[in-house]
Design a protein around this ligand. Sequence first.
Ligand SMILES: NC(=O)c1ccc[n+]([C@@H]2O[C@H](COP(=O)([O-])OP(=O)(O)OC[C@H]3O[C@@H](n4cnc5c(N)ncnc54)[C@H](O)[C@@H]3O)[C@@H](O)[C@H]2O)c1
Length: 258
Amino acid sequence: MTEANKQITKVVVVTGAGQGIGKAIATHLAGDGYAVVIADIREDVARKSADELANLGYRVAIARTDVSDPESCNQMIASAVKEYGRVDALVNSAGISKPGPSLDVTPEDWQRMMNIQLNGTFYCCQAAGRQMVKQGWGGCIVNITSVTAQAAFPQRASYCTAKAGVDMLTKVLAIEWAQYKIRVNAVGPSHTETDMTRTLAAQGLYDIGTVSKRIPMGRLASVDDIANGVSFLCSEKASFITGQALYVDGGYLAYGYF
Ligand SMILES: NC(=O)c1ccc[n+]([C@@H]2O[C@H](COP(=O)([O-])OP(=O)(O)OC[C@H]3O[C@@H](n4cnc5c(N)ncnc54)[C@H](O)[C@@H]3O)[C@@H](O)[C@H]2O)c1
């Protein structure tokens, strides 16, 4: 740890922060005063994201991480501690999407989804939780879930199931770790403008116009909409909020009309 990094007062690790929602979260939290660790399986996007934040004058480091590998998650937290001496917050945004008819999903595809979206979230929470307990002053974890944790989407059995698991994992960890002053919450985006969405649209698996009409506020979420929710949950303003899922969805889940 350098002399300058000894002065840092709060540190966040953001998985999947090389692009999309995770990158926006890293940027917002850097603006909130966090030193940031960009954790992503892709070193190229992690490096680009980190360079952009560094150019804005923020403290940033990268940790190449595969969240589906528990040892890699332990290393991610260890490298944050080595760099900054502490971990105050974790945001789990790493994820994949692979829609397909349930009759055709292979065991490998099913397991890959679970390994990244659900197991990966647990491994990162556990690694960060252990460090926060050791530090003794608590911390904050935000898991990125989805409206698909609550509303069923066709051709997304593994994705919806994994996200529903993340919602329950969030609640269990919240009640177990409240004694350590670790708050655990989730943010559930509806359809958000990212590469994930654009790729599905390009494959004809998603129609942005149709989806926008289904959202009462009439548009997809921006990555900043989602990052604002995370920023709130990581702030002192949310100091008595734990075990909650905040759906940032423009009214999507509330809408029961046709
Ligand atoms: N885009 C949406 O409409 C939407 C809606 C609801 C929820 N989400 C969720 O938000 C999160 C971010 O989605 P996004 O749209 O920004 O996706 P994205 O594809 O733009 O970014 C995902 C990032 O995760 C990284 N990643 C993938 N596998 C990884 C692994 N094994 N280990 C570490 N990093 C890995 C990728 O390299 C990438 O940088 C995901 O959990 C996704 O399920 C997205």
